[in-house]
Design a protein around this ligand. Structure first.
Ligand SMILES: *[C@@H]1O[C@H](CO)[C@@H](O)[C@H](O)[C@H]1NC(C)=O
Ligand SMILES: *[C@@H]1O[C@H](CO)[C@@H](O)[C@H](O)[C@H]1NC(C)=O
Ligand SMILES: *[C@@H]1O[C@H](CO)[C@@H](O)[C@H](O)[C@H]1NC(C)=O
Ligand SMILES: *[C@@H]1O[C@H](CO)[C@@H](O)[C@H](O)[C@H]1NC(C)=O
Length: 577
């Protein structure tokens, strides 16, 4: 009896060895079968756009433990269907990789969501109405904060103190413009800040006054600090809530990975991203509250801290939190006439813009960061600032030698002749925000003149033609998180109120726009081995769209998503939202 069992067991052992050692065409596949390892989820009968050029379209995808096991036709994944596999029949619906937003100020955006939302407001009446509603919910003395207004939407006049004073007698109010470079205060806020008829402009800022010398409530650039320094710092709890709120919002728009550049208002300390990392992201990660992946860029001033963390932990702090690199500014913004150009502003003929960071420091810090293996991203909007950064990147690359460094220019908005080909030649990533052109087309033509503006603004097609890599982002909360609209904007370039495209030769194709929000965006933050396409081995982050075929999708891009999956699990819509 015992002997028979022994013989049986050794026979079984030999058979087992044979199974394990047998050469097969696909050894891992037979091993799975033997271990009865099947998929958790099989998405089938879908129109899957993969962002993976080795297999651009597929009909089915198998997922296990949050990763993609296989993508292809149904027969190629049906072996992975086993006991307990959930099959999701999408009836032809379009599936694309989860969007990666390459540039946002994420917690800022989440905070702004909890405040007066003035984005898209088109008249003085609705402006005042929104403020009035917010004041209703506040106790006397409590700050009423908000932002996102764009005076171009009601003809260009700036808002002034009289718009809001009557409705907010007992609460200080501060409402920032969508670009974050100016804001409107009410009388009580000015009073608390001690701003009177006699207050002089601080260096680098303006207290806007009437011809009679009375403050209008508008404060520009560094003058904003007079108010911002008085607003109570948001509590850790408030920032955590803002992050969760922002994550849910991003998921609703199909975004599964967010590149966070931290808080962006002038005067924000360089420690902010570090605080966000420790107080918010690490907390959320250990509490199981991370809903989307984030990739963090830190102020370049803190590069040596980033190097320490990078050497200790590598790029992935967890599957939710990634170290991006360091970021610095070369110039300001177009909206506040501080982007740096070769030619002066049309509406400000002595002004060429500002080089906001000392070039020697910038070069030195870029050299050091790059030598330590960090990725460097630099904000450049004006044509001269972009050339300056391209020159600097070139020197740093030749000084430090060849490596896969993926230098990025954030915005790359206005490019002089020849710059588009330099991005490709130098392998510098153009991290751009298509939706900014909706807000900028009119003002760029005013500020640069139509001829200059049309020659050099948002040159997406030329960049691609020059072999550059385009990564798309939103710059939220400056513009909305809205990849489907950004893609449409890059394809059509029709600003609101226009009936034709702005610089039609710079429109790009759907495939290129999708790549810029998926695989190229993943490459732009060194996450392309794990994210950005629906390929075997990568995380199963994807979006289901309300289109029943590729033709339907490509002929009329939908404006919303049906569902967003992270790690193969439906995250939007979610029951807990
Ligand atoms: C399914 O895909 C496999 C390769 O992945 C291919 O060999 C097979 O012919 C395909 N079957 C059908 C029905 O298209
Ligand atoms: C796949 O979806 C189509 C609709 O696009 C539907 O007609 C068909 O019955 C579905 N096939 C299966 C196997 O469910
Ligand atoms: C500020 O200037 C305005 C306009 O000249 C004037 O009406 C107002 O009384 C002044 N306010 C103070 C406190 O002096
Ligand atoms: C450049 O960096 C080195 C090493 O960090 C430092 O010693 C030097 O002072 C820096 N130079 C400038 C101009 O910042």
């Amino acid at each position: 009896m015992g002997k028979n069992l022994l013989i049986f067991l050794s026979a079984a052992g030999v058979a087992l060895l044979a199974i394990l050692l047998l050469p097969t065409r696909s050894p891992s596949r037979s091993l799975w079968k033997w271990r009865r390892t099947s998929a958790d989820l099989v998405v089938m009968n879908a129109t899957i756009y993969t962002s993976d050029h080795s297999l651009p379209f597929a009909e089915a995808m198998a997922i296990r433990n949050g990763r993609i096991l296989g993508v292809g036709n149904y027969s190629s994944v049906k072996d992975l269907v086993g006991y307990g596999t959930r099959e999701l029949n999408l009836n032809g619906k379009v599936v694309i990789p989860g969007f990666i937003d390459s540039h946002a100020h994420f917690i800022n955006g989440g905070l702004q969501m909890g405040q007066v939302e003035l984005r898209g407001v088109e008249s003085q009446d609705s402006f005042a109405k929104k403020v009035k509603e917010a004041v209703k919910d506040k106790v006397p003395g409590e700050w009423v904060l908000g932002g996102g207004w764009n005076n171009d939407l009601w003809g260009g006049d700036f808002p002034c103190i009289s718009w809001i004073d009557d409705i907010s007698p007992n609460n200080p109010v501060w409402l920032s413009r969508m670009d974050g470079h100016m804001g409107l205060a009410n009388s009580l806020a000015l009073k608390i800040a001690g701003i009177t008829n006699d207050t002089h402009n601080p260096v680098g800022g303006t207290i806007v006054k009437t011809n009679d010398g009375e403050p209008t409530g508008l404060l520009v650039d560094s003058a904003m600090k007079l108010i911002l320094s008085l607003i109570p710092e948001v509590s850790i709890h408030g920032r955590r809530e803002a992050m969760v709120r922002a994550s849910k919002y991003a998921l609703m728009r199909g975004v599964t990975t967010m590149t966070d550049f931290g808080r962006y208002f002038p005067g924000a300390s360089v420690d902010h991203v570090w605080h966000d990392l420790s107080d918010v992201y690490k907390w959320a990660d250990s509490a199981g509250k991370m809903l989307i992946r984030v990739c963090l860029f830190f102020p370049m001033q803190t590069w040596s801290q980033v190097v320490d963390l990078f050497q200790e932990k590598g790029r992935a702090l967890s599957q939710w939190i990634y170290l991006g690199g360091v970021k610095a500014f070369a110039d300001g913004s177009l909206g506040s006439n501080s982007a740096l150009f070769y030619e002066p502003y049309e509406d400000d003929p002595d002004n060429y813009g500002l080089q906001v960071t000392d070039i020697d420091w910038l070069l030195n810090a870029t050299l050091e960061s790059d030598k330590s293996g960090l990725q460097v991203a630099i904000h450049a909007i004006g044509d001269k600032a972009n050339d300056m950064v391209l020159d600097m990147f070139d020197s740093v690359a030749s000084f430090n030698g060849m490596r896969d460094r993926r230098f990025r220019i954030e915005h790359a908005q206005h490019l002089a002749q020849g710059a588009t080909t330099r991005f490709g030649q130098q392998k510098v990533i153009a991290s751009v925000q298509p939706d900014h052109l909706l807000d900028d087309a009119d003002s760029a033509e005013k500020k640069l003149g139509a001829f200059r503006a049309r020659k050099e603004s948002y040159l997406f097609h030329s960049l691609l033609a020059g072999d550059a890599l385009l990564a798309f982002g939103s710059d939220w909360p400056v513009a909305d998180i809205y990849p489907l609209r950004g893609i449409k904007t890059a394809m059509s370039r029709v600003p609101p109120g226009w009936d034709a495209a702005w610089i039609p030769s710079e429109r790009i194709a759907l495939n290129d726009a999708l790549k810029a929000h998926t695989i190229s965006a993943a490459y732009a933050c060194f996450l392309d081995h794990d994210l950005g396409s629906l390929s075997a081995g990568k995380y199963a982050d994807f979006v289901v769209l309300p289109a029943n075929s590729w033709d339907e999708f490509s002929s009329d891009l939908p404006s919303s998503v049906l569902a967003t999956y992270v790690n193969g699990v439906q995250a939007y819509p979610s029951n807990s939202m």
